[in-house]
Design a protein around this ligand. Sequence first.
Ligand code: PNS
Length: 170
Amino acid sequence: MYKKSIDLIAVYPGSFDPPTRGHIDIINRASKIFPRVVVAVTCNYNKKHMFSLEERVSMMKEALFKVNNVKVESFSGLLVNYLDNIKSFCIIRGLRALSDFEYEFQLALMNRKLKEDVETVFLMPDREHTFLSSSMVREIAFLGGNFKNFVPKNIYKKIIKKISKENKSV
Ligand code: PNS
């Protein structure tokens, strides 16, 4: 059983492939509520990633260098084990629309089943970001559309670079 703590660490896990302005919005909100926030980047075994784990961690670190109670880390394996390692019991997830709910509900309850005292807190991004997802950003980028407003500046440049590299190797 975890104790209430003024040092509570809230963990925002995700694949962040790539991080979007929607993710950054959620992190900023979380950083105002919780004393410490860890953005925990990992691999989602149901997705084929565009960026390596190291690249995603580095992009996230660059995008968040101004937020001082937020740390970016990576983990592998089960989220509940990672929470144990860093002595946290609190997961943050963003909820954009009703369509997110079923998956998020399932994930939250599964995590609670795996570890009883784990709690998931849902935060809503600004309305402006409710339609935004990493997979859409990837698709728009691959198809040559304009995705500049959907990701932080540093990440925009990294995506453009990655795509031009991949096009050259085809
Ligand atoms: O950004 P995503 O891809 O929606 O994030 C999903 C993520 C990474 C949070 C989820 O897949 C996860 O927690 N993966 C780690 C393995 C795990 O603990 N799975 C939950 C039980 S099935």
